[in-house]
Design a protein around this ligand. Structure first.
Ligand SMILES: [Zn+2]
Length: 295
């Protein structure tokens, strides 16, 4: 998979900057994970060594042409990859905040309508099978090579996991690819996510989760277990279980398994706040968007 720290730019964007008398700059939209084209101009991006971030893109281009990234066969707005890029760009610009529970719900709806399973075992195909079949092979070979060697029906956790496990936050790029494969447009996906969110945020489960999160945070900040439980009105067993769960997630995160949702470790917000934003190269000097999407 491509390193996320390379400096990428679009020649057409630079031309527009020049035309309007603007100083060129490295854009976040050119650093969406695995999007090798400019979502605005649909032209191949030019890739430069990370050292290029010290200069402006026009200066980097003046010193050398950069490496032109390969374009997939289909990446227009009606294609899966077009929706994938559109969704990531949308999340980047909207600072969309969504819950893992709502995301899992929407993905399961999509799996149902495509007659896919989301369990690890079973006869029906998985969303990873659909992605392997429908997404241009040359793009998968660059960014998801393991998917091309898996056998049909074989569970592929990085793409099949988001439909199964609402307690784990998967990278936004993986979630975007799954959603873009299951649904027909970015606006439909976003509407479904927001609708699911509005249902999950006000559910009694979420309110209970909120108290537990608050107690957990009190404990992390130094309160004794019984004090945290009394203050937030949760049982000691619940809080102890929560602490064990978090410890397990931490140890799994260091194994390269999908990471726990950051807010569950440090925020009193309910299970609603995994942030789905595309990660952007930290060395770009741009805001690091590593939250749930970091890879
Ligand atoms: Zn462009």
């Amino acid at each position: 998979m491509r390193s996320k720290v390379e400096a990428m730019t679009c020649a057409a964007c630079l031309n527009e900057d020049r035309k309007h008398g603007r100083t060129s700059y490295w854009r976040r939209i050119h650093h969406l994970p695995d999007v090798d084209w400019c979502p605005i101009h649909r032209e191949a991006l030019l890739k430069f060594d990370p050292k290029a971030f010290r200069h402006r893109p026009t200066d980097a281009l003046a010193q050398g042409p950069g490496v032109r990234l390969a374009l997939p066969t289909a990446f227009d707005a009606a294609s899966i990859l077009g929706r994938y890029a559109g969704l990531l760009a949308h999340w980047l610009q909207r600072d969309f905040v969504g819950s893992s529970a709502a995301l899992t719900h929407v993905i399961r709806d999509g799996c149902t309508s495509h007659e896919l399973r989301w369990t690890e075992t079973g006869r029906r195909p998985l969303v990873s099978d659909l992605i392997a079949r429908q997404v241009p092979t040359e793009w998968l070979a660059l960014h998801w090579p393991d998917l091309l060697t898996k056998t049909p029906g074989e569970y592929f956790a990085r793409l099949d996991g988001p439909s199964k496990d609402k307690h784990v936050s998967y990278p936004g790029a993986a979630c975007a690819l799954v959603l873009a494969t299951l649904f027909d447009s970015v606006s439909e996906i976003q509407a479904r996510l927001e609708e699911a969110e509005s249902r999950f945020v006000s559910s009694p489960d979420t309110v209970r989760d909120g108290a537990l999160n608050a107690a957990y945070l009190d404990f992390i900040n130094g309160a004794k277990i019984d004090t945290a439980c009394r203050t937030q009105q949760v049982s000691a067993e619940q809080l102890e279980q929560r602490i064990r769960d978090e410890a397990k997630r931490w140890s799994r995160a260091t194994d390269g398994a999908p990471r726990a949702t950051p807010h569950r470790r440090r925020s009193p917000l309910p299970a609603s706040a995994s942030v789905h934003r595309p990660s952007v190269a930290k060395s770009s000097g741009l805001e690091p968007l590593s939250l749930a999407l970091a890879q």
